[in-house]
Design a protein around this ligand. Structure first.
Ligand code: ADP
Ligand code: MG
Length: 327
């Protein structure tokens, strides 16, 4: 089974940034309220993700590293309306097959924390008592230490860290109710407190992306036909210099979608005669049955049941909001 894990790992684990996404999603699925990330050398030497979520029982710990061990889906109906972020039961198995992994956890009721460790595919997982507050810590060391061919594809520390940080930004922008921190080589890069009020959310966006974005951003909040859109769009004065500050979330997950991009660009061009690089952070909420997010584990794709409806809704919402502030 470990060999299968290594093959499967190629799908999910290409670089430290993917690991951060998977492990933070696990922490979110565990109802955590604080998530701390430590990285060393771009995340290749070490990634440590610590949460204060519901933890893992001793009995489930060893199992958590085996393939298709998911606690999140039990029926086909669940798969239809996936509420949790992870549901394939592959991430931990894949990651542990290409690194030195330690998973430490304690449930709130347990007297004692437990730790399971694994090194690549050759070793059986080892279970031992440990010290840990309620919650979970996953430590991933020496990524691809046993797969030189894959290690070769890693870039410089700086590049790997910038991918990792991009993952972090998307996650932190997807859950304002969660406190996040990110450290690299011991240095605090981001420290984010939970943000409920709009002003606090705007502070989070500014500190994660660019303080100037908020100076020129138009706030959008609108609802129609069961669709809800909230977020911020930058005006051309700012957007011109930002080719890639485009964040779009569908039911809390970041997506890249042509139809979405088109609707936004079109509205932007219509109102402001400028369609090049609108900067935006936008959140679309709709009935989970109207959208398929189960397309690919790593590509940020969606399939809307009614693309036309979504396109027109976005276009109108953006058009209205931009027209109000047209210079
Ligand atoms: P999936 O998330 O698809 O279920 P994973 O391999 O990512 O698969 O995780 C396997 C299982 O380990 C999860 O279903 C969950 O029960 C448990 N688990 C992993 N990480 C955490 C965490 N941070 N807190 C609590 N449980 C976790
Ligand atoms: Mg998962």
């Amino acid at each position: 089974p470990r060999l299968a894990n290594q093959i499967a790992a190629g799908e999910v684990v290409e670089r430290p940034a993917n690991i951060v996404k998977e492990l933070v999603e696990n922490a979110l699925d565990a109802q955590s309220s604080r998530i701390e990330i430590d990285a060393e050398q771009g995340g290749v030497k070490l990634l440590r993700i610590r949460d204060d979520g519901h933890g893992i029982n001793k009995d489930d710990l060893a199992l958590a590293l085996s393939r298709h061990a998911t606690s999140k889906i039990t029926t086909l109906d669940d798969l239809e309306a996936v509420g949790s972020l992870g549901f394939r039961g592959e991430a931990l198995a894949s990651i542990s097959s290409v690194s030195r992994l330690a998973l430490t956890s304690r449930t709130p009721e347990a007297q004692q924390a437990w730790q399971v460790t694994a090194e690549g595919r050759d070793m059986e997982a080892q279970l031992a008592p440990a010290a840990h507050p309620a919650g979970t810590t996953v430590e991933v060391r020496d990524l691809f230490f046993n797969t030189p061919a894959r290690r070769k594809f890693l870039r410089t520390e700086k590049t790997e860290f910038s991918h990792l940080e991009e993952s972090f930004k998307r996650l932190a922008l997807s859950r304002y109710d969660i406190g996040f921190s990110l450290r690299h080589n011991g240095r605090v890069i981001h420290q984010l407190r939970p943000a409920q009020r709009t002003v606090d959310r705007e502070k989070r966006v500014a500190s994660l992306l660019n303080p100037q974005f908020m100076d020129s951003a138009v706030h959008i909040e609108t609802e129609a036909a069961g669709l809800r859109l909230q977020g911020w769009v930058g005006l051309p004065t700012f957007s011109r210099s930002q080719a890639d500050m485009q964040y779009f979330f569908v039911n809390g997950r970041v997506v890249r979608d042509k139809l979405v991009a088109h609707a936004i660009k079109q509205a932007y061009r219509d109102v402001l005669y400028h369609g090049r690089h609108p900067a935006f952070v936008l959140y679309l909420w709709l009935d989970a049955k109207l959208v398929d997010v189960n397309v690919h584990p790593t590509k940020h794709e969606v399939r809307f049941r009614d693309g036309r409806l979504v396109h027109d809704f976005l276009f109108r919402a953006l058009h209205r909001a931009l027209a109000e502030v047209r210079p």
